[in-house]
Ligand binder design. Structure first.
Ligand code: AVI
Length: 321
């Protein structure tokens, strides 16, 4: 890494961008794709026919809603805590079932964005007014820690969308171990994991002909341009996807079409790109039961059960301590 500027970085985005673009090979962190535009593009990705993950998980939740709701229930009621709730499209299937069956519960969606939470709360008030919503603005683990200090009744922690796939195995174990730490024996974790499958299906999901995934990926460069005074010409990079069936890792790259230098003023950097040099922008890990069991074991959890679609393209696992 080149010597960082003497002044401190203004934001974590600035620091992480500096580290990633002065590393060899170059990388950027996918969490920074999600600003207002990135969120919108991800909504569009979830509606694409190639992006099977959303429809598979929706099917699993619809087909198994009764069994899922039953497994969550507890005589003394429970708190349903969702990490990263988004627009709640999938969660509403479970919430409807829980309300229909008259189960006693509160719904606690956790998100860093107050705006996202307020929108979710008002849509729930319209669509399922019976749900007692207690929005929790904050980071996942701080919020979980706080909730496990004050709440004594059963916690059901919900993480949908195979978001764990954007973490390396090491980071995924840390993520699960942090959740495990907030869980008592009664509590459970319900979480989605995209599964290994025909490699072509995976490549198609991350390489749509309409170019939405490319725009989503390039939003990283757009953000560097607007927030860090960068001078990326986004047209001189193209999106490239790979999938390794041995490791189950799909990787997204931006590849430089030509030799070029890019200035990022706020970082005091001029970055050199060779022709065809890449920036890794995301990993989307695919799993099978052995990997999920191994991750759980490393994190101090175990798999109690799973719900899958007909072809086991996607699975939602129930974990306990
Ligand atoms: C949010 N995450 C689980 C998505 C995925 O499948 O890795 C993000 C995404 N990247 C490209 N398409 C969708």
């Amino acid at each position: 890494m080149k010597n960082p500027p003497e002044t401190m970085f203004e934001t974590a985005f600035a620091e992480d961008t500096y580290k990633g673009l002065t590393n060899y090979p170059k990388y950027l962190l996918s969490k920074y794709i999600y600003d207002k535009k990135g969120d919108k593009l991800f909504q569009q990705i979830m509606d694409m026919p190639e992006y099977y993950l959303t429809s598979c998980e929706l099917d699993i939740l619809k087909i198994n809603s009764e069994a899922i709701a039953k497994s969550f229930s507890s005589d003394s009621g429970f708190d349903l805590i969702e990490l990263g709730a988004g627009d709640g499209k999938k969660t509403k299937i479970i919430l409807k079932e829980l309300v229909d069956k008259n189960f006693q519960f509160d719904y606690l969606p956790v998100d860093i964005s107050q705006n996202v939470l307020e929108e979710l709360e008002s849509s729930l008030q319209k669509e399922i007014p019976e749900v007692n919503v207690k929005i929790q603005q904050g980071t996942y683990f701080k919020t979980l820690e706080k909730l496990s200090e004050y709440n004594t009744r059963k916690k059901v922690i919900l993480v949908l969308g195979s978001n764990i796939g954007n973490l390396s195995h090491k980071e995924a174990v840390e993520f699960l171990a942090n959740i495990a730490q907030a869980m008592s024996e009664d509590d459970m974790l319900f979480m989605g994991f995209d599964q290994k499958k025909n490699p072509q299906t995976i490549l198609d999901a991350y390489n749509d002909p309409s170019g939405i995934t490319e725009e989503f990926n390039k939003n990283l460069l757009v953000r560097i341009n607007s927030e860090l005074d960068g001078e990326f010409d986004t047209n001189s990079f193209f999106h490239w996807e790979t999938y390794d069936p041995e490791t189950g890792t799909a990787k997204s790259f931006l590849v430089s079409k030509k030799p070029q230098k890019v200035v990022i003023k706020r970082l005091g950097l001029e970055i050199n790109f060779e022709a065809w040099e890449s920036i890794n922008t995301e990993i989307s890990q695919k799993y099978d039961d052995s990997i999920v069991n191994w991750l759980a074991d490393e994190a101090g959890l175990h798999v109690e059960k799973y719900f899958g679609d007909k072809e086991n393209c996607y699975k939602n696992y129930i974990f306990r301590r």
